[in-house]
Design a protein around this ligand. Sequence first.
Ligand SMILES: Cc1ncc(C[n+]2csc(CCOP(=O)(O)OP(=O)(O)O)c2C)c(N)n1
Length: 320
Amino acid sequence: MKSIVENFDLFAPKLVDKEEYYSSGHRACQGCGEALAIRLMAKALGKDTVVTNATGCMEVTATPYPTTAWKLPWVHVAFPNSASVGAGVESALRVLRRKGKIADRYIKVVSIGGDGGSFDIGFQAISGAMERGHDMIYIVYDNEAYMNTGIQRSGATPFGASTTTAPAGKESVGNKNWKKNMAEIMVAHRVPYVATATHSHPIDFMNKVKKARKVNGPAFIHCLAVCPTGWRSSSETCIKLGRLAVETGVFPLYEVENGKYKFSPDNPPKLRPLEDYLKPQGRFRHLTPDQINIFRDMAMIEYNKVLERVKHSKSWSELK
Ligand SMILES: Cc1ncc(C[n+]2csc(CCOP(=O)(O)OP(=O)(O)O)c2C)c(N)n1
C-alpha cells in the first residue's frame, strides 16, 4: 500500500505556483530577505499547510491586528515553542487522518522561527520535535541576530559582526564567537532531510522545501535571510548579499539526505574573495585585515568540513 506521502504527487511538473499564500502589503522592511523567503516557502508548500510561527520580525510585520499577510492556516506562538506547537498540530492531524476525517488530504505542518527563536530560545523544542520524529518541517530564517527587538547578538551571529549587545569599539571586535552549526546539530539528530538555503537561490530553496514536504518524518532547513536593517546594508543588495554569502564560502548550500551530504545546486562555486561579502555590510565595517583573516579562517574550517563530508559521507543504508 502506498504511504500517505506517495499518494500525493508533490513534484508535479509545474514551475512556480502563481498563487500567493503570503501576500504583499505586510510591513517588513524594504529588501527584507526573510519576507521574500517566506513567500517562496509558501508557494512551494501550497495550500494544504499549517504554519506555526515563533514571535519575531515575521510575526510582527505580517499580522498587525486586525490584518494578516498569511493565506495559510497560521498559528502565532510564543518565542520558544514554534516546534512544540507544530508537533502538537501534527499529532492532531494524525488522529484526524486515522479517523478518516481528512483522508483525502496530506496536510503538512511547517514550524518557522528566526535565529533567536531557533538557535537559542526555541532550541530545546526543535531538538525534541526532530528527535521524536514528527512528520513536520522546521525552517529557521537566519538573519543572524535578534532583529525584531533591535539587533541583539544570537547564537547565529557571525564573528566580528557589530550588534547592539556586542558593539564594535576600541576594545571590542563586535561579536566574538562563530555561529552555531545548526544543520550539523540536526544531522546529529538523525533527521532524514537537512538542507541549507537562501532566498537568493529561489528555485533551489523551493525545491528543498518541496523535498522536505515529501519526507514522511522530520525535515530541517536552515535558510540564510539577509536583513538590510541589521546588516547595515542597502536594501537593493538583498539578493546580491545572499549570493555572495554562498560564493565566498561563508554559507555553503548543501543537502543531507539520510546522512549523505551533497552540494546543491550542483557543484560548489569557485570561491570569491571574502571581502566581496563583508565590504557592503556596515556591521563588518570596523574589521581590520587581521580580523578579516580570523573570519576567513573560521569560515574555511566550516566550509572544508562540508567539503570533506560531501566526499566521504555515506547514507544510512550504505552503512548497514
Ligand atoms: C520569552 C520571550 N523573550 C523575549 C521576547 C521578546 N522578543 C520578541 S521577538 C524577539 C527577537 C526575535 O529574534 P529572532 O528570533 O532572531 O527573529 P527576527 O526578529 O530576527 O526575525 C524578542 C527578543 C519574547 N517575545 N518572549
